[in-house]
Design a protein around this ligand. Sequence first.
Ligand SMILES: Cc1cc2nc3c(=O)[nH]c(=O)nc-3n(C[C@H](O)[C@H](O)[C@H](O)COP(=O)(O)O)c2cc1C
Length: 362
Amino acid sequence: MTTLFDPITIGSIEAKNRIVLAPITRSKATSEGVPTDSMAMYYRQRASVGLIASEATSISLDSHCLPNSPGIWSSEHVQGWKKVTSAVHEVGGKIVCQLWHPGRAAHSAFNGVHPISASETKFNGHINTPSGEKEPELARPASEEDITRIVEEFKQGAENAMAAGFDGVQVHCANGYLIGQFMCSNSNLRTDRYGGNVENRLRFFKEVVSVVSNTVGPSRTGVRFSPDIDPVDEETFVAASSFLEEQRIAFIGLRENSPLGPLIPPTVSYKNRLDLHDPIRNVYKGALIMNRDYTLEMAMEAIQTAIADAVSVGRPAMASRHLVAKMQATRPIRHFSDSVKYWYHEPEGYVVLPDLVPEVSA
Ligand SMILES: Cc1cc2nc3c(=O)[nH]c(=O)nc-3n(C[C@H](O)[C@H](O)[C@H](O)COP(=O)(O)O)c2cc1C
């Protein structure tokens, strides 16, 4: 029987076990988004997982929208990320880069550029900027020229990620950012060929995934979906997954509902969100990496029952450098209940962990 600790081949990536570090924004890059030495140490400390998904990484200056989050659009970023990927590879780990465009979650307070989205809509919530929390701005609908440029930026980001030594890339289609804004009929009100029916709402997604996959190879490309919070309908997610199967895309990271309730306040009734792993499994045969609120027991069961090929773990991995050893020793993994407190600048809680969670020696 396959277990969580068995190796898995995800496309061309040989992972030593089926535990994945979920992408977790930690905001420890420089203000220009250049990865730092402490980021190299943080990722190295967690490289005993089979695969690391980097935190969301901006593909362009216009898409840089969270203080101290990393970028991948310049040679300085590539050099910075090289330190991270080398540190991970030195200890036998694997790492993919999560390529990110926030769309309407960006703010002109960052670089003077007005946020862009599928349509003239507003992000739901406050936006953290270098000059403090701001009200979201009404996004400018992307023109076809904007779309062509952004697709090209994803291509450049993918190229840069490979130059920086990543083992692959993950296109960020989760958490209501730009690609999700196009996929979702609540935020995509367009009447041109990028809006309306499922095929049109998926056009931007397909263009991005195709260009990235043509750049790094489908066996080194994955995507992330979050039907737990994105009000995208099932038909659209399933059609998107069929496309990923046609393109032989290596993996889907899928964050689903949890009995513990919403991860962040949802924009639609939480009760209405569907678990989509079955319908996605029916059409998609690549690696399915499941996520959210997994305990050790749940992760073991998901692998044994083949619901998941791998399980990604976010908050418990913020709290522990020895997650895999702890799981192997069947010690419970715990979440930081106040993980957001550890999100920003303090060194404590990042590479220097407070003694909140008992560690096992590794
Ligand atoms: C502080 C924090 C930052 C996050 N940053 C990202 C991110 O950059 N990209 C992403 O796709 N998801 C992000 N997430 C979501 C996590 O990847 C994951 O889906 C979530 O923590 C649930 O998994 P868990 O129950 O194992 O923690 C973030 C979550 C937290 C708590």
